[in-house]
Design a protein around this ligand. Sequence first.
Ligand code: SF4
Length: 474
Amino acid sequence: MQASKRLSAKCIEQLRLEIEDSRGNEVFALGFLDGKGLVTRLEVRARGNKESVLALQNWSGDTADPSDPDDLSHTPDVLIHNHPNGFLVPSDADLNIAGRAAEGGTGFFIVDNTAAKVYVVAEPRRRRKRVMLDADTICAALETGGSIARRLEAHESRPSQLDLMRLIIRGFNEDSMVAAEAGTGVGKSFAYLLPAMRYALENDERIVISTATINLQQQLYDKDIPLVNGALNKKLKAVLIKGRGNYLCRRRLTDALRETDLFDDAEDLERIAAWAETTAAGSRSDLSFLPAETLWSRVCSEADLCMGMRCAERERCFVLALRKEAADARILVVNHHLLFADLAARAEGAGYDSTVVLPPYTRVIMDEAHTMETAATSFFSKDFSRLSVYRQLGRSRYSMKEAQTPPMASSRRVMDFTSQTAGSSALSSGTVSSISRIRPARRAIFLRSSKSSGSRVVVILFSSAGVSRKAHSF
Ligand code: SF4
């Protein structure tokens, strides 16, 4: 590629002269982008030989004001070096450094000795200067006569609401976690919506708002967010995302219609088919009647049965259309189950930069957080039935020739057992790793035995740091 597409004429000339001064040897430089993505500033940091150059670990530039955390001039956008032989394909060492740099969003370019051609090994991530929230300006919207207050019927300025909002604004500005309890009537949804929407707008970030109930999700999506949008100068796109099972799967509906004689409620199936041709979102809540659970479960979207891009209905698919909408949105309204499903998949290795259940986001607000533990349990836990634990214990007992140890004599025995057998093939690797993650935080765990045959051990793992709360009885 022509270097002029990625570097300004001044930088090309500077690089060419530096390489010439270094007698055609390798030169290592830091590049800084302008707002349009062009390298307009260069700092040469090292000179090497014909084969290599030091890629200095300290990539900080010289011009930053270290007292200003928003001064991004110290963070290079791209690492640049030349290949004297004119062959611009990256070596293994180049790829290694490019990979490390890319983790922090820094790109990697290779140029020839005239700096006329560039090979982009890794694209630089465009950095934005962060816009901080101004607490006085935002709070003014909820004070008497403010832009939000005017839109609310019988609104009264509430000091507790403004205090909560200032706390949340501080959380945004300081990248800190805020936990607050607010009783009914405080007006907490506006206390977080205003800062969140303003922050998402100013910084082009995606923010997730998670609640426990569909009622609150609908209220936020139908009333509160449009109201705040009305008070903002620009409209911020918000999307309400429900669990997948809430949406109709057109492919499954077609399959079901082929087998109507198998359905007791064939009439309702026909009504769903008629509705499918008119509904925009395909959400069950938009149906004018309540279909039987058995019927809906035959036609709703299911992750395991979804054919994705291979599906003949993908162009008209409600779920795929919603994903596209979510990718464009800056506010996602979800429920706790969906959020934890997404976080669990990310923690399992999907990472935080790509779309998993939800598109990537930078901040999360959890309303109705008192139900968080229940929602988290199903995603950050391992379940063991009494039978499977007995079976594993039995297998281990024989394999370790410890027949004298009675299985599951107590919860303490479970912990002893896992510490002895971690790594043993008697347990699945997932089970061993789950239980061994518990050990560092065992003081916080309550494993109790139960005489009831139907109950199970549920171990709650909240984060990679280990267990933070209790486990239930089995
Ligand atoms: S893409 Fe998946 S959810 Fe959509 S219609 Fe096809 S199978 Fe159903």
